[in-house]
Ligand binder design. Structure first.
Ligand code: DAH
Length: 362
């Protein structure tokens, strides 16, 4: 059978899956020559069929077997080629991955967690969908309190089972209440997370990130707060000359309340944190809100304010990132533009550590 020899030779010479498939169709397909031979069996006499039948079936078997064998050897060769091409030399030194980077918000959050972990703070969390008791009332902002109006709150249409209005939390401060209620005292926590306000321009986005700090213990006073913030800001900005200015302020949940500024100097038109803000060419910028926790808040947290005192602080993570890494448009943080991330992102293996420098850039 000349056709059989030709087909087997062609199969042996085929180098691609497509070539094998067209050879299969040409032989075994509906119009193929093996199928055509099979059809001739019907018109034969019984004797003729006895001779021709086994030969035709044997040809079909031979073609099928040759196709399968060639396919298997091509696949094995392809796998070998791929293994050779993707070979990884595990003895080479580790290199950072070439694609993908850590978003500045994640980076700064990791830096903050690292700094506060070193000071003995644990990380606490709370829900982003909050009720108005945790977000406002327990923080000494009863329903008629004017501070509620300042928060541009996103409310949900329905109340929860306890009849409380539901909202997207406007700050991370409700985590103070949740942690006091869940863990009691003493406490040392930070709570980083997303918060929401109906506000949008170059420095405000409807979703942004805050970090809250809370310390509850006995005989806590403003000195503890100032030392903690100074230590934190020096570690964060990686400078020893960070100067703090505490300005009297008002927050419903703290008494007394302070706004905390850091001194900066103008270098090539840019604000660089460090030094006395009152020095010529310098200035102050606000970085934190803080204070000694209001007695009413300690009580809402289920603790006795005569026994337990504390301090708290809150700040914007995105804002800290903008200050430290000189970025000027907050909206770009959440655009998901890969080019922006390529520029401002951090190498995935560059995990912040105090010993290595929390913000080292790849
Ligand atoms: N919750 C405040 C805000 O969103 C920030 C803040 C101020 C938090 C003072 C605090 C604090 O814990 O003590 O604007």
């Amino acid at each position: 059978m000349e056709q059989l020899d030709q087909t087997l030779a062609a199969i042996a010479a085929a180098t691609t899956p497509d070539a094998i498939e067209s050879l299969r169709v040409a032989a075994l397909g509906k119009q193929g020559w093996v199928s055509a031979l099979l059809k001739t069996l019907g018109a034969m006499s019984a004797d003729e069929r006895l001779v021709a039948g086994p030969r035709i079936h044997a040809a079909r078997e031979a073609v099928s077997a040759a196709l399968a064998a060639r396919k298997a050897s091509l696949e094995a060769a392809a796998l070998d080629a791929r293994l050779a091409a993707e070979r990884v030399d595990l003895t080479l030194p580790a290199a950072p991955p070439l694609r993908g980077s850590i978003h500045p918000v994640s980076q700064v959050q990791d830096e903050l967690v690292e700094i506060f972990a070193d000071l003995g703070f644990a990380v606490a969390t709370g829900p982003e969908i909050e009720d108005d008791w945790h977000n406002f009332t327990a923080l000494n902002m009863p329903e008629t309190h004017p501070a509620r109006a300042m928060h541009d709150t996103f409310y949900f249409p329905d109340r929860d089972k306890a009849g409380r209005s539901m909202l997207l939390r406007t700050h991370t401060s409700p985590v103070q209440i949740r942690t006091m209620l869940a863990q009691g005292a003493p406490l040392r926590i930070i709570a980083p997370g997303r918060v929401y306000r109906s506000d949008s321009d170059a420095t405000h986005t409807p979703m942004f990130h805050q970090i809250e700090g809370l310390v509850i213990d006995r005989a806590i006073h403003l000195g503890h707060l100032k030392w903690t913030l100074e230590t934190f800001l020096k570690a964060f900005f990686e400078r020893d000359d960070v100067v703090l200015r505490l300005r009297p302020s008002y927050f419903p949940f703290t008494e007394p309340s302070v706004e905390v500024d850091v001194g900066y100097s103008l270098i090539a038109g840019k604000r660089v944190v460090g030094g006395d803000g009152d020095a010529p060419g310098g200035g102050w910028m606000e970085v934190l809100g803080a204070g000694i926790i209001n007695r009413a808040v300690i009580a809402a947290g289920g603790l006795d304010p005569d026994e337990w005192q504390g301090f708290a602080f809150g700040t914007g993570v995105d804002r800290l990132a903008m200050l430290k890494y000189a970025m000027d448009d907050l909206r770009a943080f959440f655009d998901g533009d890969v080019r922006w991330l390529d520029h401002y992102g951090f190498a995935a293996l560059d995990v912040p550590t105090l010993s290595g420098g929390v913000g080292v850039r790849a």
